[in-house]
Design a protein around this ligand. Structure first.
Ligand code: N01
Length: 575
């Protein structure tokens, strides 16, 4: 950690909290506006999620040539991804490349956690405080804190008495961990566990996986990208990006709108085999109704369970690994050799669904009276998703209202970007936006562009503040909830609904109506002069907007895929 004097009293146009992809792009765009900006980042480097999640096997599960910024054609052309799904280290290198290429570091203060943000009503500005003693103010405060950034560390009795190290996948040591020769326990079987378990198994002398809920996972079939393939994508990158923006998921892959139950069992089997052979998240695009019709979903769930039984040799272990819930209800995982790992003689699966982990001892973990001896434990227990990062900052809006109070019964936002009672505070990929249900980088770019266009509008019209109205926020929250009910995704206890954190109200947090529908709504709000917002503008200022809407978000909806009729028929595949 570098020594630096605290910044006190310095005024900025904008403060950005976080220097992951969202914070980086926001800084870049603020510069373009001529705004002064400061970003604070808790880590020692840029990258956010990809800075912290260095666990073995961490890589993206959206194809790397789409999991990248699209705002700069030069950037697209000069960066070469090595694999279909880039490993964490390469994504982090990309984040660093972006920071250097656009000279962003000089506005970022690292090793600095924002502790409080308070709105000053008279001055219409935010005062931001950090754990390094900084106290600065800005017209705008932008939360770029990430959706999956606050680790969930469940309380286990006796954990402090455990004789070995306990790691969390989301806060992995910078220098890595060598498990060679050790008896390792992994708690959890979500995406992080599924990626790390096969790699840890290669090193460990013995691996014990503690599973509470079995998980559906689809093979990645990861591979090196050839120069020819990269070149063919780069030759028509803008077209690919445009196609991606028009898709419900914000990334492009071929999918089939036909309902699963209209196909014969033989046709379905063929379609699932073909989709399995393509692998990855697009597996859910085999049919259009898989997340809307339980009977349709049963067909893909049966197929996936048959695959597990076909791979895992020990029948009892195979049964334990077969999920019994809706396919794709919890976030679908993408793996390399996950189920195969359970065929290794030194890998053991322990069911903690009925009898939970009782306690840690000095030597291991006790479940149902049996002690499993371990030298090291990996908690792959996920995150306080969507709102956990906000919980770590005391955010106080108008009239002393804190965000924690406002969100006590569940997060409330307008479009996932702003909140009544919190003027000039923006939330990038906040709850109520597509965020985690779309490709994150696309979601981030759209939010940042919208916010920057909005801030430019305020500057041009002399307005000092913008605030969502309660009515607009209420209507949006109701819409987000309503749309969620249509999807089978709302039916299980996932982190999407906050169910992984004890005491959290059960609310489906991301917007599931599809990325282009959402983008169109944001465009309409802006084009109508920021409908649903109140702007504090001088009397002389006319509210006719100099609509600045960043050109690439004037996305024509891909009507073949996401026509209003398709939405009404509940056939909007969402990954
Ligand atoms: O976290 P999770 P994650 N006792 O919440 C278990 C993204 N991501 O870090 O399901 C025992 O999914 C918990 O059990 P249960 C992606 O969006 C992306 O894996 O609650 N077990 C579950 O099995 C993903 O969805 C990538 O019953 C306990 C596991 O811990 C999201 O991040 C890679 C427990 C947590 O799974 C989160 O994934 C990684 C307890 N007390 C992550 N508490 C890629 O891009 C929790 N569990 C590929």
């Amino acid at each position: 950690m570098t020594d630096r004097p605290a910044e006190v009293g310095v005024p900025f146009d904008a403060i950005v909290v976080g220097a992951g992809f969202a914070g980086l792009y926001m800084l870049h765009r603020l510069r373009g506006l001529g705004f002064t900006a400061r970003a604070y980042e808790a880590g020692s480097g840029v990258g956010g999620t990809w800075y912290w999640n260095r666990y073995p096997g961490a890589r993206c599960d959206i194809e790397s040539m789409q999991y990248s910024f699209s705002f700069s054609d030069e950037l697209d052309q000069e960066w070469d991804w090595s694999e279909k799904y880039a490993p964490q280290a390469e994504i982090l290198s990309y984040a660093n490349h972006v920071a250097d290429r656009f000279d962003l570091r000089r506005d970022i203060r690292f090793d600095t956690r924002v502790t409080a943000a308070t709105f000053d009503e008279a001055g219409k500005h935010w005062t931001v405080e950090t754990d390094r003693g900084d106290r600065v103010s800005a017209r705008f405060c932008i939360m770029a804190v990430g959706c999956l950034s606050a680790p969930n560390r469940p309380h286990f009795e006796g954990i402090d008495d455990f004789g070995g190290p306990v790691y969390h996948t989301g806060e992995w040591p910078q220098d890595g961990v060598d498990f060679t020769g050790l008896r390792v326990g992994v708690i959890g079987t979500g995406s992080s566990a599924i990626q790390s378990i096969p790699i840890i198994a290669q090193q460990a002398a013995a691996l014990t996986v503690f599973q509470r809920t079995a998980t559906y996972t689809v093979p990645a079939w990861n591979e090196a990208l050839t120069p020819e393939y990269r070149q063919s994508v780069k030759a028509s990158y803008p077209a690919l990006r445009a196609k991606a923006r028009a898709r419900p998921t914000g990334f492009y892959f071929p999918f089939n709108m036909k309902p699963a139950l209209e196909a014969s069992p033989e046709e379905r089997e063929q379609a699932y085999e073909a989709a399995w052979a393509r692998g990855g998240l697009p597996f859910l695009g085999a049919y259009g109704d898989l997340l809307f019709d339980k009977a349709a979903n049963d067909t893909i769930a049966d197929f996936a369970r048959a695959k597990i039984r076909g791979i895992v040799k020990d029948p009892a272990t195979a049964e334990l690994l077969c999920p019994d819930n809706v396919f794709g209800c919890k976030r679908l995982c993408v793996d390399t050799g996950y189920f195969e790992t359970y065929n290794l003689p030194h890998v053991k699966l322990v069911d903690v669904s009925k009898a939970p982990i009782e306690r840690f001892t000095k030597g291991g973990i006790v479940v149902a009276g049996t002690e499993y001896l371990l030298d090291a434990v990996v908690c792959a227990t996920g995150f306080a998703a969507m709102i956990g990062s906000f919980d770590r900052i005391r955010i106080t809006g108008r009239d002393g209202l804190t965000l924690a109070e406002k969100w006590r019964a569940g997060p409330r936002t307008y479009l996932g970007v702003a909140m009544a009672g919190f003027p000039n505070l923006f939330t990038i990929t906040g709850p109520g936006s597509p965020s985690v249900l779309a490709s994150m980088i696309q979601s981030i770019e759209q939010h940042v562009d919208w916010m920057v266009d909005c801030m430019a509008h305020l500057r041009d019209t002399g307005a000092r503040s913008i605030e969502a109205t309660h009515a607009a926020e209420d209507a949006w929250v109701e819409h987000v909830n309503e749309v969620a009910q249509v999807s089978l995704r709302s039916t299980c206890s996932s982190w999407y609904v906050g169910a992984n954190i004890p005491g959290r109200p059960r609310v489906f947090m991301p917007y599931i109506g599809g990325f282009p529908v959402y983008v169109q709504k944001c465009n309409e709000v802006m084009s109508a002069g920021f409908e649903g917002f109140v702007l504090d503008a001088p009397a002389a200022s006319n509210r006719e907007p100099t609509v600045r809407l960043t050109e690439r978000w004037r996305v024509p909806l891909d009507i073949d895929v996401i026509s209003p009729a398709a939405v009404a028929a509940r056939r909007v595949p969402v990954v």
